[in-house]
Design a protein around this ligand. Structure first.
Ligand code: ADP
Length: 393
């Protein structure tokens, strides 16, 4: 069976999963964490055993060397040639890449050029691509863009009401992210349920980063992240939507540069910024239970913003059949799901308290008019599927 490696390279981490396709069997999965540090950690799971090694890892090439050595030494692959494809998660495909694309030098250059609008992610995604190119040259490399799934969003939802020239000159528009996750959610709803539940879906990806996506007939028609992954929902440390005039106001008052403002919006805002406690929903819930008023307020704003998007997207979809929660918070936090759903009695959303507490797949009450699901996301699998599709075409 052909083997496909799914790769997600971040600034200091590299996650991977090796699949046997088309069976979609996971052969090995792992993570090199704290790349660039002397106390980096390499963990992987193979044949039911968990391995962990701590050692210095200077850069992404060293991280990829560790991964390829582990794949060969463990026997997961006997020969490098067995890995026919490597699918890379790439954050931003801009206007150019509306589909998964085989990586060529031209594509690599375009991914590099798109760093002007995705400075935090595209350059590190490229580091992963370059390292695998060096160490597994026989495998075809494929870019699976976060933005591609959202290429079906219509102009009325992706344009900002700025002077048109900025769209023309710089491609300033909504792109959306977490595409692999929302695509997986659609594929799971479609696989498990009939058309009465799969034609109008709202997918809530609530992790460190968070976004909501409206999916009609398998296609994204709107999503809460925008030109960058900062827009939309309140996140761990990201602000989500704010009145744009607040930014020059703060910059003038505090004598902040554009970089200071970016730092404030991306790293000091969100749940952390409001609560002053943590970016982690678990900590903020605990603080709320301990009587911390700012933690309580942070959670109210967090939930309210999710509700606002669900309500708006119900209009985009002309109704709602299935509401899905996924990612760290969506998959594990019963109180957040319960609070979000509490606003939608008017739509006929009703959840079963026990099923919700147990993080069951289907948490809707028997008489709910909308199906409410908890589906663990699987972005790596979408990357492997997309890679296989491109290699077969
Ligand atoms: P990422 O967005 O980095 O991929 P995840 O989807 O894994 O992250 O989500 C991580 C977040 O999920 C954590 O920061 C934490 O806030 C949240 N989380 C994980 N488990 C729980 C839980 N049981 N209750 C509430 N939040 C949780």
């Amino acid at each position: 069976m052909p083997k496909i490696l799914s790769v997600n390279a971040g600034s200091s981490s590299l996650k991977f999963k090796l699949y046997a396709m088309p069976a979609e069997t996971v052969i090995m999965s792992g993570l090199v964490d704290r790349i660039g540090h002397s106390d980096a950690v390499f963990t992987y799971d193979y044949q039911g055993t968990h391995y962990k090694k701590a050692q210095a890892v200077q850069n992404h090439t060293e991280a990829v060397q560790l991964v390829t050595d582990a794949l060969l030494d463990s026997g997961a692959v006997r020969d490098k040639q067995e890995i026919v494809g490597i699918g890379h998660r790439v954050a931003h495909g801009g206007r150019e890449y509306t589909q998964t694309t085989k990586i060529t030098p031209v594509v690599q250059q375009k991914i590099a050029d798109l760093a002007t609008i995705s400075p935090l992610h595209n350059p590190v995604n490229l580091l992963g691509i370059e390292a695998f190119e060096k160490l597994l040259p026989s495998a075809s490399e494929v870019a699976v863009f976060d933005t591609s799934f959202h290429s079906t969003i219509p102009p009325k939802a992706y344009m900002y009401a700025l002077p048109f020239e900025y769209y023309a000159k710089y491609g300033i528009r909504r792109y959306g992210f977490h595409g692999q996750s929302h695509q997986y959610i659609y594929s799971e709803v479609n696989r498990r349920y009939d058309q009465d539940f799969s034609r109008k879906i709202i997918s809530c990806h609530l992790g460190n980063g968070a976004s909501v996506c409206a999916i009609r007939d398998g296609k994204s028609v709107n999503t809460s992240m925008g030109f960058t992954p900062l827009a939309g929902l309140v996140m761990g440390t990201r602000s989500g939507d704010v009145d744009p005039n607040v930014l020059p106001f703060i910059a003038e008052k505090e004598n902040f540069s554009a970089d200071d403002i970016r730092q404030l919006l991306n790293h000091q805002s969100g749940l952390l910024g409001i609560s002053g406690v943590s970016n982690d929903v678990r900590d903020v819930l605990q603080a709320e239970a301990d009587g911390n008023d700012r933690a309580k307020l942070a959670l109210q704003i967090y939930v309210h913003q999710i509700q606002s998007y669900i309500a708006a997207y119900t209009a985009d979809l002309g109704g709602l059949q299935t509401l899905v929660f996924t990612a760290g918070v969506g998959e594990h936090s019963a109180p957040i799901r319960e609070r979000v759903c509490a606003a939608f009695g008017y739509l006929g959303v009703k959840i079963d308290a026990e099923a919700n507490r147990d993080n069951d797949l289907d948490i809707s009450a028997a008489d709910s008019r909308v199906k409410v699901l908890v589906i663990p996301t699987n972005e790596e699998l979408v990357i492997a599927r997309e890679t296989e599709k491109v290699l077969d075409s």
